[in-house]
Design a protein. Structure first.
Length: 135
């Protein structure tokens, strides 16, 4: 399957968002943008599944605080349309990034996937029809 990073990157780009990987955006924030940060994997105990965690850092120019919420909502709405990726609800405060001259907040998303080397087994339901009542 496609890497979660790539999947999110393409999806947000296609929906008109300005997207960067970490450390890629130079200088101050003049228009809103999103940084995708990979936070690694966590095992789901007792299963052969892992959570892939990605953080979306939202940067919004200072002075436009009233518009920030709208931007956050449209980001969340766009992310909802991405199959198999779920938001991890963990409220994050909005802080001010002085270097970027921006408001910054973030959202976490996860994608559940099989651990490396584990194959999905196919389960076939065999409907057996030998017990039809033949008189």
């Amino acid at each position: 399957g496609e890497l979660m990073f790539t999947q999110i990157y393409k999806h947000l780009k296609n929906n008109g968002f300005d997207v960067y990987s970490i450390g890629q955006h130079e200088g101050i924030c003049t228009k809103p943008y999103i940084v995708i940060k990979e936070n690694g994997e966590s095992e789901i105990v007792g299963t052969s599944l892992t959570n892939d965690i990605v953080e979306l850092l939202i940067y919004y120019p200072l002075g436009a605080y009233s518009k920030l919420n709208e931007y956050k909502q449209s980001t969340l709405y766009t992310m909802k349309l991405l199959k198999g990726i779920r938001r991890v609800v963990e409220p994050m405060p909005t802080i001010i990034d002085d270097d970027k001259k921006a408001y910054m907040t973030s959202f976490y998303f996860r994608k559940i996937k099989m651990k490396e080397g584990v194959q999905f087994g196919t389960i076939r339901f065999m409907w057996c029809c030998n017990d039809t009542n033949k008189s």
